[in-house]
Design a protein around this ligand. Structure first.
Ligand code: NAP
Length: 257
């Protein structure tokens, strides 16, 4: 509790999607330790409950809202549960996403294309539609969408993911432009290769992926999920009060060279 008494998100309410593992889980732990009440959303409820137990044991406040971000109803329920429990929503980290590398565009199943567009783009869309009305009533809010280096340039055989993450950056800029005058900031994180379950599964399938990712980053390594969560934290706080519509690189310098 001593730590949260001076937290950067003291008494703020934050919704985090994709919180059952990786970057979202790291963000849930970090934001709660910084004093926020966090709503955690993902499909695997057992993982969310275990996370909530950990956060609760450390003195944090957490609400589990299991659901699928591709479902407008699930997202609406998560936002409503948050506002019902805490009275508002100060920030949102729309982080749930998925992609898979290694299949050439012309051999990619339409179903895979649909799935990748659904979770990454429709998921963020669903979140924005539910979160923005709450923030408009408050005349304040900060939204961070998890994008990727693939949102700025093409990497490897991963066309649907590149298209989806470009769309996430587009949605981020559009929402920032529309709502900037009404107190809402919207930013994206342009995340480089990060050691999460998603990345570990891809490396297992395509081992050369790791070497390529390390070679691309000027820091010559993958990110730890907590390093990405720190950038999301900053964007959610007043320390980033004049930052909106940005795609903030968290990529070990990969986009600099
Ligand atoms: N790791 C990297 O190298 C990297 C690089 C650039 C960008 N990113 C982005 O970072 C974000 C987080 O990924 P991660 O690397 O942390 O991978 P991860 O460990 O696999 O986490 C992905 C999270 O998204 C959730 N999720 C997936 N589909 C969902 C859906 N339909 N509804 C609700 N939640 C869903 C997963 O939970 P459930 O399965 O329980 O639903 C999980 O909590 C993604 O947007 C990803 O595209 C990752």
């Amino acid at each position: 509790m001593a730590e949260s008494a001076q937290g950067l998100l003291q008494d703020k309410v934050v919704m985090i999607t994709g919180a059952s593992s990786g970057i979202g889980e790291a963000a849930a732990r970090l934001f709660a330790a910084q004093g926020a009440a966090v709503t955690v959303m993902a499909r695997r409820e057992d993982r969310l409950r275990a996370l909530a137990d950990d956060i609760g044991a450390a003195g944090g406040t957490v609400l589990v809202a299991a659901g699928d971000v591709t479902s407008p109803g699930d997202v609406e329920r998560a936002v409503t549960a948050t506002v019902t429990a805490y009275g508002r929503l100060d920030a949102a980290f729309n982080n749930a996403g998925w992609g898979s590398v290694g299949t050439p565009l012309h051999k990619t199943d339409d179903a895979v294309y649909d799935q990748i567009m659904d979770v990454n783009v429709r998921g963020v869309w669903n979140c924005l539609k539910q979160q923005i009305p709450v923030m408009l009533r408050q005349k304040a809010g900060s939204i961070v969408n998890t994008c990727s280096t693939a949102g700025s340039f093409a990497t490897g055989a991963i066309a649907p993911y590149v298209a989806a993450k470009h769309a996430v950056l587009g949605l981020t800029r559009a929402a920032a432009a529309e709502y900037g005058r009404r107190g809402i900031r919207v930013n994206a994180l342009m995340v480089g290769a990060t050691r999460t379950e998603l990345m570990e599964a891809e490396i297992e399938r395509v081992p050369q992926l790791e070497q390529g990712a390390v070679a691309r980053a000027v820091q010559q390594r993958l990110a730890d999920p907590r390093e990405v969560a720190q950038a999301a934290l900053w964007l959610c706080t007043e320390h980033a009060s004049f930052v909106t519509g940005a795609g903030v690189p968290v990529d070990g310098g990969c986009s600099a060279v």
